[in-house]
Design a protein around this ligand. Structure first.
Ligand code: ZN
Length: 335
């Protein structure tokens, strides 16, 4: 049986393109999959690896998804498949990791037709690792397929981007993600919330579903946002200090707050169809009535710039202090 769209949710055009490359024997030696985290980059790469290597494909460019090769690839335990990434999200992908697979790539595949190397979150590669990949891209033998991933091509060396066939994956309609999450046994209301929070990224929605701690954190951080709005300067400084003890966490808080202020902005602009934080509608509405559109827009932009600057290693605490002092005061008692 042939599964439609390689059994994936969305990205049909990307599947069609990769399938055609296999059918026409025109597989490129390097691809770059970009798109927001959780949109489906890794799933697409694994299905591609299956279609490249399945020994009994039901049709050209397909994979059976049942044989030993296909199941090993799905489990990321296949001898001709290497997956490289920084040891944790927000970490660094190091040159030693690339060197460790270079020799293997030069050898003929053990079992399959292609050796496939997948580089997750390559924006986390340090300069030496990026240069090592560049060398690998230039020297890769015909039996090698490299799949590089990043959120955005701008995060990588232009020389890497130009040597890869680029596929940019976009978020799916929220309703589609909702249906998908519901099919995994979640009630309609929760599925709707998860789909909205994910902004149309099925993998991200699934991760949220299986991570009650992440949802609790979200609630806490949104409550803290409101705590800040009703706080005086001194308490805002204290928040800035507390929130910047861990860089990755600071980033996550800022992304969440950015999505929240974006909702306020959308509400102020009179378009509330695409809100993300739909479980906080009442608060968002009352903030949207209090703050005019240009102010809301500036709060969103300040957070986006803040995230960029955080990635460039500016002093996080100082950044948060400036950001939080600029937020409006909303509350009854001003101390
Ligand atoms: Zn198979």
């Amino acid at each position: 049986m042939i599964e439609e769209n390689w059994g994936l949710l969305g990205h049909d055009w990307a599947v069609n393109m990769l399938r055609r490359h296999i059918q026409e024997d025109a597989v490129r030696h390097a691809y770059l999959f970009t798109g927001p985290p959780g949109v489906g980059r890794r799933s697409l790469a694994l299905r591609f690896a299956q279609a490249l290597n399945c020994p009994q494909p039901p049709a050209p460019g397909e994979a059976c998804r049942a044989c030993r090769t296909c199941t090993q690839i799905e489990a990321m335990q296949y001898p001709d498949l290497s997956i490289l990434q920084a040891e944790h999200e927000g970490g660094t992908l190091k040159v030693e990791q690339i060197r460790a697979i270079q020799h293997g790539l030069s050898l003929k595949p053990y079992q399959g037709r292609y050796r496939v190397a997948i580089f997750l979150r390559f924006q986390e590669a340090n300069p030496n690792a990026a240069n090592a990949l560049l060398k690998t891209l230039e020297e890769a033998p015909a039996h090698v397929v490299l799949v590089v991933m990043a959120d955005n091509p701008d995060q990588l060396l232009p020389t890497i981007v130009s040597r890869c066939e680029g596929l940019r994956l976009r978020s799916l309609p929220v309703e589609r993600v909702q249906t998908f999450i519901q099919s995994r046994g979640t009630d309609p209301d929760s599925a709707r919330l998860l789909a909205h929070l994910s902004g149309g990224r099925p993998g991200y929605a699934l991760r949220l579903k299986d991570d009650p701690h992440g949802l609790e954190l979200r609630t806490r951080w949104l409550d803290e946002l409101h705590g800040i709005l009703s706080s005086n300067r001194i308490r805002r400084f204290a928040y800035a200090e507390k929130l910047t003890r861990d860089k990755e966490e600071t980033r996550q808080v800022l992304e969440l707050w950015g999505s929240y202020w974006r909702d306020v902005m959308l509400f102020s602009s009179g378009s509330s169809i695409d809100l993300t934080n739909i479980d906080r509608m009442q608060e968002i509405e009352s903030l949207g009535k209090m703050i005019d559109l240009s102010r809301a827009r500036r709060l969103v932009m300040d957070i986006e710039n803040g995230i960029d600057r955080l990635d460039k290693n500016v002093n996080a605490r100082l950044l948060l202090e400036v950001l939080l002092l600029d937020w409006p005061f909303v509350g009854s008692e001003r101390k």
